[in-house]
Write a protein that binds this ligand. Structure first.
Ligand SMILES: [Fe+2]
Ligand SMILES: [Fe+2]
Length: 377
């Protein structure tokens, strides 16, 4: 699956032959308007980005040439070329028999993962299309290739449940957020490394607890996370081409902002899926802290500051933020003046929690001589 082969709308996706399946597919398609889910632009949903492509195109990778060429040679060798295909390891899933709450949350998880994979694909592909700098175009072409495979593979899994995200439609319908290139580096670097940490943490957990693997897609996560790891490496190298990006006072504040924003968003989003994590046998607080810890350790390669996730203010304010978002959700559904008032109050509480997290003293790192890392978890 790639962008040239947009998927038809969800309603056309039912392919099962027996009527019980068709009924279920109809019901799922009705209950989960996955295209609407993927299209929603809330603070928490994966976003689509656009940037100043000309500025990005002007990057000169000379200062990191040796590492750059090695990384691009590895991407050119395409180690995961045949990986994203269903094979004998792909077990059939009884979607009918799945607990409805789990089914809803799992589909939500797949849709949101597919959307964020695809959002990377769209951004990278656009850079490749607009640029003329051969170093930059080659890199973004490889990364777009990988993300298209990732999104396509998740979409294949969704299709078995009778639903799929219409990727072609999504490109047009989704709202794009403009970020200056340096913000793209911070946000995308982090999301690639977090993607790696999330996939590998789930993979290792299920390796130790195979009875909790309720869907075959998790078996694909090991090789998958290596793609995300190398995408993160590319952004680390891009940031290292210009010391100002990570060393100026203002940029350190921005990095701190992105760390807190990305981590707390992940925390709130994961806590919205209790049944999904329970089925995996994963304690969400443990899992999120584990992902933050891995990500922060890796990010020492390029970020001069690190959030202190063991600080006594960290967990209580993540929890406060999560409660505020839940209240906001309830208030939005309530509507009217009471709903508006509820949203304002909850918004203020979330803002307070964010400020409390942002002002936790950071740990300072001295950047290593050599940037490059290999996946180690
Ligand atoms: Fe990906
Ligand atoms: Fe990626």
């Amino acid at each position: 699956m790639n962008m040239q082969n947009p998927t038809p709308p969800a309603a056309d996706q039912a392919t099962a032959s027996d009527s019980a399946h068709e009924e279920l597919h109809g019901e799922i398609a009705e209950r989960f308007d996955t295209n609407a889910m993927a299209q929603e632009s809330t603070l928490l949903n994966p976003r689509f980005y656009t940037t100043d492509f000309d500025e990005l195109d002007r990057i000169d990778v000379t200062p990191v040439r040796k590492d750059w060429d090695a990384l691009l040679a590895q991407m050119a060798s395409d180690p995961n070329k045949g990986h994203f295909k269903k094979n004998a390891d792909w077990d059939q899933i009884d979607w009918d028999g799945m607990d409805p709450e789990l089914r809803r949350e799992f589909i939500d998880f797949l849709v949101s993962s597919c959307t964020s994979e695809f959002s990377g694909c769209v951004l990278y592909k656009e850079m490749k299309r607009r640029g003329s700098n051969p170093d930059i175009c080659t890199l973004f072409n490889y990364m777009a290739r990988d993300e298209a495979r990732h999104a396509g593979f998740i979409n294949d899994a969704l299709r078995e449940a009778g639903v799929a995200v219409n990727l072609g439609f999504l490109t047009k319908a989704k709202k794009y957020t403009y970020f200056r290139p340096k913000f793209i580096y911070y946000a995308t670097y982090l999301s690639e490394k977090i993607g790696y940490a999330r996939y590998i943490t789930i993979y290792r957990h299920l390796e130790a607890n195979p009875d909790k693997r309720f869907h075959p897609i998790f078996k694909w996560f090991k090789e998958w996370c290596n793609d995300e790891f190398s995408h993160g490496e590319a952004f680390a190298l891009l940031m290292r081409t210009d010391p100002k990006l990570t060393e100026s006072f203002a940029n350190k504040l921005w990095i701190r902002f992105f760390l807190v924003a990305v981590y707390s968003t992940m925390y709130v989003r994961d806590h919205a899926r209790p049944a999904f994590h329970q089925a995996l046998g994963v304690d969400i607080d443990w899992y999120d802290q584990e992902v933050f810890r891995k990500t922060s350790t890796i990010a020492r390669q390029v970020f001069p500051v690190e959030v202190d996730i063991d600080h006594p203010r960290w967990m209580p304010n993540l929890k406060r933020m999560e409660r505020a978002f839940r209240k906001m959700d309830t208030a939005t559904r309530k509507g009217g003046f009471a709903g508006w008032l509820g949203r304002m109050t909850a918004g203020a509480q979330a803002g307070y929690a964010f400020a409390a997290l942002y002002t936790i003293p950071v740990k300072k790192n001295r950047l290593p001589e050599s940037v490059r890392l290999e996946p180690a978890y």
